[in-house]
Design a protein. Structure first.
Length: 318
């Protein structure tokens, strides 16, 4: 299964980010900042009964977005900033139907922000299950310590994405240059697209994992995943499995590929390379009479590996 992300938000904010001047702790922003139904938004911190909210939609430009669970029955959200700012530059929010919208500042044709980075904090009841959580960021980073939502979608241009203890049906991370780190994730489908940020994931349970990157290295450990697909141009790819997957597909141009598989795993493999070398610890037989290049004695899983110049190393994970 192949995912492709075409986020108009990412394209827009990438262009807007060219207008940013960020140095040390001070941030200068001079750009347009528009969103719909601006007149319905309130200014400042807020709280709402969690039973009334099924969707959270965040738009944050500079600073950090922190999400955690709490023992409260309310979804609480507030911001911090070290220098005085006007109400126009404070967080704006709106509750429309069962959706909570949070914006970085007032909708305006000229957003002038001179000061320290603003941080957003969101506390969600630990027993709450959202239909969706979406966070769009420009030069912002996010840390999620725990969250339950059917769909989690995080889109970032240059900030890092750190996520822990996520329980979701679908997770999508889309980043241009920020690093991505995820640990203790349970989901049906996990998709990551990045240009140059490093991707590190640990202890993931999922039916499928899809990673598409240009130059960011990929390190995945303690995987319990049925289908894995990775595509990279020049990245090093390391995949360490805790349980046997049914299918692994890796497409790389120049990065080396390291697969750590359970020693009891039985598989057949296609290895298509121009100048890469294969090394392995498994009892593989070379097949000349069928469509697969190599196989163990009783193969049940499929490996499809393509590489131009990167080497392939297959070893035991246990």
């Amino acid at each position: 299964m192949k995912y492709k992300f075409y986020s108009m938000f990412s394209i827009m904010v990438l262009l807007l980010s060219l207008l940013f001047l960020i140095s040390c702790d001070d941030v200068t922003i001079n750009t347009q900042y528009f969103y719909n139904d601006a007149e319905a938004y309130k200014v400042g911190d807020g709280a709402v009964d969690a039973s009334l909210i099924k969707h959270i939609d965040i738009d944050w430009i500079v600073g950090n977005v922190f999400v955690d669970v709490s023992d409260s029955n309310e979804i609480k959200f507030f911001e911090s900033y070290s220098s005085d700012i006007t109400d126009d530059l404070r967080m704006h929010y709106n509750i429309s139907g069962n959706t909570l919208y949070i914006k970085f500042a007032k909708s305006t044709k000229s957003l002038l922000f001179n000061g320290s980075k603003k941080n957003l904090y969101i506390h969600v009841p630990k027993d709450a299950v959202l239909d969706s959580y979406e966070c769009n960021m420009v030069s912002s980073s996010t840390t999620i310590k725990a969250l339950n939502a059917d769909t989690i979608h995080i889109d970032s241009v240059s900030g890092t994405i750190d996520c822990y203890n996520l329980n979701s049906k679908y997770i999508i991370f889309d980043s241009t240059s920020g690093n991505i780190y995820s640990k203790n994730i349970t989901t049906n489908e996990f998709a990551i697209e990045s240009t140059s940020g490093k991707i590190t994931i640990e202890n993931i349970k999922s039916n499928s994992l899809n990673i598409d990157t240009t130059s960011g290295n990929i390190l995945c450990t303690s995987l319990e995943i049925q289908e894995v697909e990775t595509e990279s141009s020049s990245s090093s790819i390391i995949l360490r499995f805790k349980t046997s997957p049914s299918e692994i597909e890796v497409d790389s141009i120049s990065g080396n590929i390291f697969l750590y598989l359970p020693r009891e795993m039985e598989f057949m493999m296609n290895y298509d390379t121009v100048s890469g070398n294969l090394s392995h610890s498994f009892a593989l037989s070379k097949n000349d009479s069928n469509s697969f290049d190599y196989s163990t004695q009783n193969p049940t899983s499929i490996l499809d590996i393509k590489s131009i110049s990167g080497n392939l190393d297959i070893d035991f994970s246990n």
